[in-house]
Design a protein around this ligand. Structure first.
Ligand code: 26V
Length: 820
């Protein structure tokens, strides 16, 4: 019997209420007087989970029976954000459940906020993975997300005295109702030790890897619902545990305490997510994490082949595996090892299977972000993989040698091993060589990959390169986070836009409808009021919902140029102080984002933002016309409240540095206008919404290159307003007279300015004047805002995933019939 008991799955308000109390009693062991808000949240979560399980089991049964072609999305990060609201939306029971809960006298939104979000990612790359698996489910594509179940996700940021401080993210503290552990499918992952050749029972030459450590990988499964479909796919995250059966005594004869310590250290593997922009090179634990989840996932895929009775030689027909950046690139060597050493597949055939299985997405051009592992470390942790990589490299370089006769420099550049000094394994090269498709994440980025970072590989295999412009899911980023806008839009064009975002185009004629424009502005204002309440609660700062909300939320990084933004804030302040009656558009500058804990300049940028805020917000001469808010702990949950409230989206990276950006898309969908450079997906957003609805500024990528080549000297730009701004900061005006505090930041700009903040300042400042003028004409602004949203259809992750499916994965949809 696969039939569920229908009293646990009925979709009526009465059933929701009854099951809610049953869960409080039977699962949480509480009664209302003692129940906390979190207990109520969990009781509700289990109401919803019960209603997902039939879909989940039906989906798994269909895929197993049909042996469906399956996408395996390999990612070290999945930045899922809270599940409850999204599951309610995708099940189509959001409003009914809200009513049921409200009727019980509980605050529905407050319960949703109780969920500790799984912040298992740093930013764009991890959030992209989350949008992708949601789109895959909505498009009914069989797929598995494979990653790590970090016990501690991205750190929690607090602002103390204007500085960022980090606290550990204890998201599992109260348990996680969305996951089901599957210890019966645990696998062993080997680490360290040595290799030795031997002859098997058929006298064949084989290699044995004798590890010095084993770690158990236990899968924890979370269902990922498609929107209004029966599909519920699986996110499978691995937790590291000490293996039960491993005989440590063999390796630690008599050393009982040593063996116990090894057990403890096994569990460290999935303990914590590394923040990016952190010096990772040489961090053995990070490489261990990568290998841990990749090996566990590939072993899991072999297990699935076996139960579906598919021979290992057909691995690539069953699975398309996507490498989300180079973090899982060791998969190329691991699949080779599993095929050759454990399944006795000959090298040539194993290599063919491997290449047909993998495709690689690059997410950054920043040279410091390209992963390289010191050879000695690699050899110590993964001795067998290093041998396999040497063999892959030898064969690969033979191919290069023949194609580019005599070009030894090219061979050194392309080698999987960097041998210019200390030797390193180059993970991006391993990913390229082991993949049949390679892509960037926006048009410009994909072009720059071909011309720049991966140029040699492009010259060798031009047809393998392509572009897949990023997208975001309209379910979370509109339907869930902006119910007012959703209601307004659906009342005019129906609700098909939620799964076919191009239909938003049907709003275009309504931009000319004065009544609609007023409704549009009313929605925006209501979202701004909501956010103002959040900002007041979290920062104590009162903001005016009628001011222009100018927002920059993203990781803090020099290339993203939050300092360009704050310099402009200081310039406006300076104008106001120099001429108190100057007519300026009232603005609220909202910042949010985390700096990597070891990235000192990024942390100093946060301190500068909060310090400027402290002065500007309190100065009576400003008369509240400018406010600066740094909203602590920017994460998915906060993002859901910020994007709908924004008037202006700051996308101001140095041209050529931001691979794509995805926040830019969330803003535009929700009716914010963009002030931005010709970078990443900004270019494509501008192309879609029209140049007249976008505030462009700054140097282009070729101009950046030319300026740098000609010997950029930032001091040449230090005149006029910029000079006064810099002097004001330097003087200690924003640091209680401490002229030293911001010195590293200011001196860095004046003498080096690697991201051309000064070169772009003037152009930025002029574009900001156009923004201010445009905002005065409310009617015109409303038109532009509507058109931004109406023309954002391209940036649905459904479109992106369709392209991956058609061009790379060749994975057809498999509709699910519910088992009854
Ligand atoms: C990593 C590191 C590590 C060492 C120091 C500097 C550094 C800088 C960045 C990174 C992260 C690289 C991967 C990443 O998150 N890329 C982001 O991917 C998004 C999704 O494709 C894209 O929208 C962002 O533009 C891109 O920065």
């Amino acid at each position: 019997r696969t039939e569920p008991q229908d009293e646990r799955t009925a979709l009526t308000k009465e059933a929701f209420q009854r099951d809610f109390f049953n869960n409080l009693f039977y699962i949480l062991g509480k009664f209302p007087t003692l129940a906390t808000k979190n207990d109520y949240y969990q009781a509700l979560a289990f109401v919803v989970r019960d209603r997902m399980l039939q879909r989940w089991i039906s989906t798994a049964a269909a895929y197993t029976k049909q042996g469906s072609r399956t996408v395996a999305y390999f990612s070290a990060e999945f930045l899922m954000g809270p599940h409850l609201g999204n599951n309610l939306v995708n099940l189509g029971i959001h409003d009914e459940v809200r009513k049921a809960v409200t009727e019980l006298g509980l605050d529905f939104n407050e319960l949703l906020l109780e969920e500790d979000e799984p912040g298992l990612g740093n930013g764009g790359l991890g959030r992209l993975a989350a949008c992708f698996i949601e789109s895959l489910a909505t498009l009914q594509i069989p797929s598995l997300g494979y990653g790590i179940r970090y016990e501690f996700g991205i750190f929690h940021q607090e602002i103390v005295d204007g500085w960022q401080t980090e606290r550990t993210d204890k998201w599992l503290r109260f348990g996680n109702p969305w996951e089901i552990p599957r210890p019966e499918w645990a696998v062993h992952v080997k680490l360290g030790g040595y290799t030795e050749p031997y002859r098997d029972e058929f006298y064949r030459h084989r290699v044995r890897w004798v590890p010095d450590r084993l770690v158990a990988a236990v899968p924890y499964d979370t269902p990922i619902l498609g929107y209004h479909t029966n599909t519920a796919n699986t996110l499978r995250l691995w937790k590291a545990e000490a293996p039960e059966s491993f005989d440590f005594a063999v390796f630690n004869r008599g050393d009982y305490y040593g063996a116990v310590m090894q057990k403890v250290s096994s569990e460290n593997l999935s303990k914590v997510l590394y923040p990016n922009d952190e010096q990772l090179q040489g961090k053995e634990l990070r490489l261990s994490q990568q290998y841990f989840f990749v090996s566990a996932s590939l072993q899991d895929m072999f297990r699935i082949l076996k139960i579906q009775k598919i021979p290992v030689e057909r691995f690539h027909e069953k699975f398309a595996a996507q490498l989300n950046d180079t973090h899982p690139a060791i998969a190329v060597a691991e699949l080779m090892r599993l095929l050759i050493d454990e399944n006795v597949v000959p090298w040539e055939q194993a290599w063919d299977i491997t290449r047909r299985t993998f495709a690689y997405t690059n997410h950054t051009l920043l040279p410091e972000a390209l992963e390289c592992w010191p050879l000695p470390l690699f050899a110590k942790l993964l001795p067998r993989h290093l041998e396999i990589i040497f063999e892959i490299n030898a064969r690969f370089l033979d191919e290069v040698r023949i194609r580019f006769y005599g070009d030894e420099e090219r061979i050194a550049r392309m080698s999987l091993i960097d041998e210019r000094g200390e030797r390193y394994v180059r993970m991006a090269h391993l990913a390229c060589v082991g993949s049949h498709a390679i892509n960037g994440v926006a048009e410009l980025h994909s072009e720059l990959l071909k011309q720049d970072v991966l140029r040699d590989f492009y010259e060798l295999w031009p047809t393998r390169f392509g572009n897949k412009t990023n997208g975001v899911t309209p379910r979370r980023w509109m339907a869930l986070s902006n119910p007012r806008l959703t209601k307004l839009v659906s009342s005019h064009i129906g609700d098909e836009w939620i799964t076919d975002l191009s239909q938003l185009r049907r709003l275009e004629p309504l931009a000319e409808d004065a009544g609609f424009r007023q409704q549009w502005l009313d929605v925006k204002r209501a979202c701004k009021c909501d956010f103002a309440a959040v900002a007041l609660k979290k920062t104590g700062i009162t903001i005016d919902p009628d001011s222009l909300f100018d927002v920059q939320v993203k990781r803090i990084h020099e290339y993203k140029r939050q300092h360009l933004n704050i310099l402009h804030v200081v310039a406006l302040y300076h104008r106001l102080r120099s001429n108190p009656n100057v007519d300026i558009t009232p603005r609220t500058f909202i910042f949010g984002g985390k700096a990597a804990p070891g990235y000192h300049i990024a942390k100093l940028i946060i301190k500068l933002i909060t310090s400027v805020g402290d002065v500007v917000n309190r100065d009576p001469a400003v008369r509240d016309r400018l406010k600066v808010v740094f909203l602590p702990n920017f994460n998915v949950k906060n993002g859901q409240r910020i994007y709908p409230a924004a008037d202006l989206s700051e996308q101001v990276s140095t041209a050529g540095k931001e691979a794509s950006g995805t926040g830019n898309m969330k803003f535009s969908m929700n009716g914010a206008l963009t002030i931005g450079t010709m970078d990443g997906a900004n270019i494509e957003i501008r192309e879609e919404v029209g140049a007249e609805n976008f505030f462009l500024f700054g140097l282009t990528t070729p101009e950046v290159g030319a300026l740098k080549a000609s010997g950029y000297n930032p001091a040449n730009y230090l005149d006029g307003e910029l000079k006064e701004v810099v002097e004001l900061i330097r003087s200690g005006f924003f640091s209680r007279g401490d002229a030293e505090l911001f010195r590293p930041l200011i001196d860095g700009l004046v003498h080096h300015d690697p991201y051309l903040v000064f070169a772009d300042f003037d152009s930025y400042s002029k574009a900001q004047q156009q923004v201010s003028a445009a905002y005065q004409d409310r009617d015109h602004w409303a038109r532009m805002s509507i058109l931004n949203s109406a023309r954002s259809g391209k940036f649905s992750s459904d479109r992106t995933i369709r392209e991956y499916c058609d061009d790379i994965w060749k994975a057809p949809a498999v509709p699910i019939r519910l088992l009854t």
